[in-house]
Write a protein that binds this ligand. Structure first.
Ligand code: GLA
Length: 386
């Protein structure tokens, strides 16, 4: 069910002093192509979705934050000056954003807040980035006269992941959440931070997410391991080629030069990333030409790389990808960090319902549970609602 302002407001009133505050929203995201490229200085091609987080916030005249998670029915209070912060993982996102916005010159004061989300958790749709961006945007508005620019809001979210959550993520998720625009995907160059909006209205096609409902426990440490593998290859290449700072600066010849110096799994990761860099650009060209067959083919290639070289798929996601192929879906791949979550599928309109019916039945037969299906609607980024 679609989350509404009323859902949040009624709980805010109930759990605090009866008064109302300001209301903000920030979305989750999809990513058409460009996976695990952001922290390698490459390109990504995300868009915000019409699902995300809604938070109501009101300054409370103290130095304490009182936060209520409507979905978890959990209230946490922390002092803004407490160097440790709360232990509840959801509250650490809010605490981290408070610290990061203070570091960017915003005089954050205590506040009461209640929030809820309708972007599925652990589905690779960036529910955590939606939460971070929502509070970064809100604190900037409430306490900072909106003086912190949008990129810094995204970076505050990313820094929160690094310092307070322990995930060494790239900038894609927070960027998409803050910069999202209805009906548009955004190509971001994660090295220069230049970006371009692409109208996305694939005539005759739909984007469908299939949620495997697998949540991977070890996702954050495995994610950090992949990043380390890439950085190891870069260190070896940089020793021979001055100026190479990320895999974005590397090419196939450079990778082959260091092949025998690095572990096989690091080599495989770098191989995937260098290929993915080219695939994003190919997809942009294909989109401009209305060539969805090529877009889809690149998506399948990405899945192959993520599954066989980057090792961030799992049997459930590979199976979803196989079924998509069997059903004649134009493109399909694991989306986001991986280790569980969703596949993103580009499918001809006429094939969408038969594909959904087949994937539900076959997945249930093999894994004993039905996958969840979401039709993608590209929505707006962080904003004030009330
Ligand atoms: C997660 C991270 C992003 C990005 C993707 C993979 O969503 O938060 O920064 O690295 O994985 O593309």
């Amino acid at each position: 069910m679609k989350l509404t302002i009323e859902d949040v407001r009624s709980r805010f009133i109930k759990h605090f002093d009866g008064s109302t505050g300001s209301v903000y929203a920030s979305p989750g995201r999809i990513n058409l192509i460009g996976e695990h490229t952001d922290y390698n200085g490459g390109f990504v091609f995300p868009g915000a979705v019409d699902k995300g987080m809604i938070a109501e916030i009101k300054p409370n005249g103290t130095n304490k934050v009182r936060a209520y998670s409507i979905d978890l029915k959990d209230l946490v209070e922390f002092d803004l000056d407490d160097p440790k912060g709360p232990s509840a993982s959801w509250a650490r996102y809010i605490y981290g954003i408070c610290q990061e916005m203070k570091a960017r010159g915003v005089e954050v004061k205590g506040f009461n807040t209640a929030f809820a989300g309708d972007v599925p958790l652990g589905a690779g749709m960036s529910s955590s980035a939606a939460l971070e961006s929502c509070y970064a945007f809100a604190l900037n508005d409430l306490f900072g006269d909106n003086k912190v620019e949008k990129f810094e809001l995204a970076k505050a979210g990313q820094a929160t992941e690094h310092k307070y959550v322990g995930v060494n993520c790239g900038i894609m998720d927070q960027f998409a959440s803050v910069f999202g625009k209805k009906g548009h995907l955004i190509r971001l160059d994660c090295r220069s931070l230049e970006y371009e909006y692409f109208p996305f209205d694939p005539k005759g096609y739909k984007l469908v997410l299939v949620n495997s409902c697998v949540k991977h426990e070890l996702a954050s440490s495995a994610y950090n391991d992949r990043r380390r593998s890439c950085e190891n290859v870069v260190a070896h290449i940089a020793a021979k080629h001055a100026g190479v700072e990320t895999l974005r600066d590397a090419d196939w010849a450079m990778l082959e030069e260091v092949k025998d110096e690095v572990p096989q799994e690091d080599y495989n990761c770098a191989k995937y990333v260098i290929g993915e860099k080219d695939r994003v650009l190919a997809v942009c060209d294909a989109l401009k030409a209305g060539d969805y067959e090529t877009v889809g083919q690149k998506m399948y290639e990405t899945h192959e790389g993520l599954s066989k070289d980057y090792l961030v798929s799992c049997p459930e996601l590979d199976y979803l990808n196989d079924i998509a192929r069997e059903c004649g879906v134009t493109g399909s791949r694991v989306m986001g960090g991986g280790f569980g979550g969703c596949t993103i599928n580009l499918v001809e309109e006429a094939l969408a319902q038969p594909f959904i019916d087949t994937v539900k039945a076959k997945y249930k037969e093999k894994f004993g549970k039905e996958p969840l299906i979401y039709n993608v609607v590209i929505g707006d980024g962080s904003r004030k609602l009330l």
